[in-house]
Ligand binder design. Structure first.
Ligand code: ADP
Ligand code: MG
Length: 690
């Protein structure tokens, strides 16, 4: 008689329903958040230990880990060393020598290691040629091959769940879903990119047959992750593209270019062309312009504004702070007015009467170009025909604020400028729903900021150096030591800044004017201090990182950063970008007493390169994408396997494959398993992204 087939489990089956997982184990797993079969098999190892290498006892190399198959030659003994510390000792032998093995606080091994039986021990060898030792090795009977003799996965754990329990549960889980794992990669994609099958991938990501098999499994799963990710992002993007707007007409840009005091760089030109092409396409532009500090993003925006206004539309430029808005206004208004474009500045401190008149002129269309802070989006403002919205320093604004400004028009074109260089790989993920232009070139004639990483013992020399430069008429920024995080970080910041500034003023630079800003100040106070500094009324500005925002003080020629090790590279790069904006040779001095290898390496990167993108890549490599500004904020589903720092090429392959699939099957109707997984992956993300 034919055996009745068990009903097929499905991946959302509770783990307890599979063979070998009882209530007790299910409860343990639940502590890790593992409830379904899917959760279980998706619980991936954090790393692996290669325990494949076997040595004879005589060949063990002190200091190195290896497996030894050896026979227990003595009855294990237990010694109480002191309270709470028991030591099990046993002697093991092979044909080459003797190994003394000790275990701490594993008294149960006394009755589990039997004299005359052979076991495999895996651990770090110690001792000398005469006496080999291993302390607390992993041990199991010869032939079991569960924790020795292979590449062993090491899982993230929680209290009460051991590696062994987890890996045995996963074994059961994999067996239970051997027949039901849906392959979300279409066969042709899998073959074209030389990817292994899903069963092989799951089997080997958990229980690798070999290093090669593990690499194949990892590659396949990372590809899959990036592939699904791309499809999800594309679908979000497409939702946006169903909107149609009247295309902008071509405009003669010569008067604009002719009015500039310089020629745009090739990179700026290219960005302008990309943006203008968007605006003539009939679909709203949604473009991010990325460019290092000083790369000239403002002029790219200005070109777009010119283009939009000459098309009879209005444009708005929103900056995150009042002082930045004013700088933009002062920089752009003369140029624009000269070109016949009527400009207005609108910020929180615009007098009510002026505000009212600006509001009226925006509503009638008498003003073509409004520059300001978020005052531009607050209620009551109506635009006659807002066609282009530019936001500067994008990461200071929430998606919501950008959207609010966009709602002031009928699907206006949007251009976002960001000075946070984001590695290309990450930009593709973070801004997958935005088109990205990169200004990868600085205007000619810039002198790189000389950068030094020094220990705290250099303070006196640094102060002398500041005194000299200030004597020559320059100004300096000092980012003050940060205090350890506490419940009330803001007030601690304030204390750190004010005390440090006071000390500098009274003890070090009594003859100079030391000013300070910190995050607890009211925006008005902050801006007043910044404005005074910009006007040359103070010599040294002590601050927390609030000065990160791109205020332009061309006369500032030194940036000193205390406790530089506490900052990410990209952040340091932003800080450094505050200087070197004028005609003077500028300096950045990074002070750190931290001797940690990685810290040294990071700070060294700063002294070696001025390229923000290279620095960002390095930051990504050293610290991972989690640290990148805003990765979490974007609410994108996290990547579990793919490593954006390393898998650049794989990402490109996966993206291309995803685009091809969508081109041939836009609705994924022929690929239901793929569609289902993308939906699951983006379920929560979708709300936050739109
Ligand atoms: P950022 O990208 O940091 O916003 P800005 O737009 O503020 O940079 O430009 C920095 C400085 O470089 C400004 O003083 C600007 O006038 C100048 N600039 C911009 N483009 C060029 C260029 N092509 N040639 C020379 N100077 C330029
Ligand atoms: Mg700028």
């Amino acid at each position: 008689m034919q055996e009745r087939r068990r009903p097929m489990a499905d991946l959302s089956t509770h783990v307890q329903s599979i063979k070998g997982i009882g209530p007790q184990r299910a409860k343990s797993l639940q502590k890790l958040g593992i409830e379904t079969l899917r959760d279980l098999i998706s619980w991936l190892p954090r790393r692996y230990e290669d325990r494949t290498e076997f040595h004879r006892i005589a060949d063990l190399v002190p200091g190195e880990s290896a497996c030894v198959a050896a026979m227990v030659a003595s009855t294990p003994t237990v010694a109480h060393i002191r309270k709470g510390m028991d030591l099990v000792k046993v002697r093991a032998v092979d044909e080459s020598g003797t190994l003394d093995v000790t275990f701490f606080n594993q008294t149960w091994l006394k009755s589990n290691l039997h004299q005359g039986e052979t076991y495999v021990f895996y651990g770090r060898a110690e001792g000398n040629l005469l006496r080999r030792q291993m302390a607390s090795p992993v041990v199991e009977p010869l032939g079991r091959r569960e924790v020795t003799g292979r590449i062993v996965p090491i899982y993230p754990l929680t209290a009460g769940v051991s590696q062994l329990v987890l890996s045995r549960s996963i074994r059961q889980g994999l067996d239970a879903c051997a027949d039901i794992l849906p392959d979300v990669l279409p066969d042709e994609v899998r073959r074209a990119h030389h990817l292994c099958r899903i069963n092989f991938a799951y089997e080997n990501i958990h229980f690798p047959e070999s290093t090669e098999a593990l690499a194949l499994a990892r590659r396949r799963l990372a590809f899959e992750e990036l592939f699904l990710f791309t499809i999800g992002l594309q679908r979000l993007r497409r939702r946006r593209e169903v909107v149609h707007v009247p295309p902008c007409a071509a405009v003669d840009m010569a008067p604009f270019y002719g009015a500039l005091p310089f020629t745009l760089t090739d990179a700026q030109r290219r960005c302008v062309e990309e943006a203008l092409a968007d605006m003539t396409s009939g679909v709203p532009m949604n473009r991010l312009v990325q460019g290092d500090v000083g790369s000239g993003k403002t002029m790219v925006a200005a070109a777009c504004v010119y283009f939009a206004v000459k098309n009879g539309r209005q444009a708005a430029l929103m900056a995150p702070t009042e002082i930045l808005a004013r700088q933009h206004y002062e920089g752009l208004a003369p140029l624009m007015e000269h070109l016949g474009i009527r400009c207005a500045l609108l910020t929180g401190s615009t007098p009510a009467k002026t505000k009212k008149s600006i509001a009226e002129q925006l509503a009638t269309g008498e003003i073509d170009f409004a520059i300001g802070t978020h005052a531009l989006i607050t209620g009551g403002l109506d635009y006659a025909d807002l066609g282009l919205v530019v936001t500067d320093e994008q990461h200071r604004f929430g998606v919501g604020q950008r959207a609010a400004l966009a709602e002031k028009g009928e699907h206006p074109h949007t251009l976002v400028m960001s000075a946070t260089p984001i590695p290309r790989t990450l930009a593709l993920i973070l801004y997958g729903d935005l088109d990205v232009s990169v200004i990868d070139q600085l205007p000619p004639g810039r002198r790189p900021v000389e950068t030094y990483a020094v220990p705290g013992s250099y303070h006196q020399r640094i102060y002398a150096f500041l005194r000299k430069l200030i004597g020559q008429g320059r100004q300096a920024y000092i980012v003050c030591p940060m205090v350890e995080q506490s419940d009330d970080t803001a007030s601690d910041d304030r204390k750190a800044v004010t005390e440090y500034a006071k000390k500098l003023q009274e003890e070090v630079f009594p003859e100079l004017k030391v000013a300070y800003v910190h995050g607890k100040m009211k925006p008005k106070e902050k801006e007043a201090v910044m404005a005074a500094f910009a006007a040359g009324e103070s010599h040294i500005l002590v601050s927390t990182t609030v000065i990160e925002v791109g205020v332009d003080v061309p006369n500032a020629a030194v940036m000193v950063v205390e406790n530089a090790e506490r900052f990410g590279l990209s952040q340091l790069h932003q800080l450094r970008g505050r200087v070197g904006r004028g005609q003077w040779q500028s300096y950045c001095i990074l002070i750190s007493d931290n001797r940690n290898e990685e810290t040294r390496e990071r700070l060294k990167v700063m002294t070696k390169t001025a390229d923000g993108f290279k620095i960002a890549e390095e930051d990504l490599r050293l610290r991972g994408p989690g640290d990148f500004f805003g990765v979490r904020q974007h609410g994108l589903p996290g990547l579990k396997i793919a490593d954006l720092g390393c898998d650049t090429k794989l990402l490109q392959e996966a993206q291309q494959a995803a685009l091809e699939l969508l081109a041939s099957d836009p609705e994924l109707s022929a690929h239901p398993a793929t569609a289902e997984r993308v939906r699951r992956l983006f379920d929560q993300a979708a709300d936050t992204m739109n």
